[in-house]
Design a protein around this ligand. Structure first.
Ligand code: DX5
Ligand code: ZN
Length: 215
């Protein structure tokens, strides 16, 4: 699997969202990452369906939508209509995860499951062959610009080994605190999708940062 960089629009200037999307379009990014927060599952509120629809109108890359919300099942078809290509739900927010994953796939979307930093990777053992992506949270979800939690590297390696043992092709996404100082260790551990918010958008040359992360 080639490495994919997914810049997180949470770190963009929302007053200039169109130019952020166009920058990503012209960059080496593979996907764009959209963080939906409900103020219940996480202690922050970000944006929702109307913003995703607006981004979709001009996006030339797949939309990787990360739902940090309770009861995501209620909104799966809405996110499909808004333009999501990959839809990730949190393990911790889904009592009937298998059903939720089936619902996402029945909409024709790629299904991702995110794990909070404290959640062991083993909990996904019996659903790995049903999903397309595991989003390994390397910060506690809710905010951009936090510090990478190094323990997550061991979780990424463990998941990578499990996937190899089972001969499964599932994206391993690292989300939170990925920057130019740590991305190599994240990739070495086995991640093949790098989400990067602040590292990209606080740079004077975001496209260059994306290119560095991608190669
Ligand atoms: C955190 C979000 C992340 C965040 C990443 O809750 O899920 O996607 O936007 O931003 P940085 O790279 O700034 O940690
Ligand atoms: Zn995210």
């Amino acid at each position: 699997m080639n490495r994919i960089v997914a810049p997180s629009l949470l770190a963009a200037d929302f007053a200039e969202l169109g130019s952020a999307v166009r920058m990503i379009n012209e960059s080496d990014a593979g996907w764009m990452h959209l963080d939906v927060m409900d103020g219940v599952f996480v202690p922050n509120i970000s944006f929702g369906l109307p913003i995703i629809s607006a981004v979709k109108k001009i996006a030339k890359k797949p939309l990787d939508v990360h739902l940090m919300i309770v009861n995501p099942d209620r909104y799966i078809s809405d996110f499909k209509k808004a333009g999501a290509d990959i839809l990730t739900v949190h393990y911790e927010a889904c009592t009937h995860l298998h059903r939720t994953v089936q619902q996402i796939k029945s909409e024709g979307l790629k299904a991702g499951v995110a794990l909070n930093p404290h959640t062991p990777v083993d909990v996904l053992e019996d659903i790995l062959d049903e999903i397309d992506l595991v989003c390994m949270m390397s910060v506690n979800p809710g905010f951009g610009g936090q510090k990478f939690i190094p323990h997550v590297l061991a979780k990424i390696s463990k998941l990578n080994e499990t996937l190899k043992r089972k001969s499964l092709s599932v994206y391993i996404q690292a989300d939170g605190g990925v920057d130019l100082t740590n991305y190599k260790s994240v990739v070495d551990a086995g991640a093949n999708v790098l989400v990067a918010g602040n590292t990209v958008f606080s740079s004077q040359n975001p496209k260059q940062v994306i290119a560095t992360l991608a190669h």
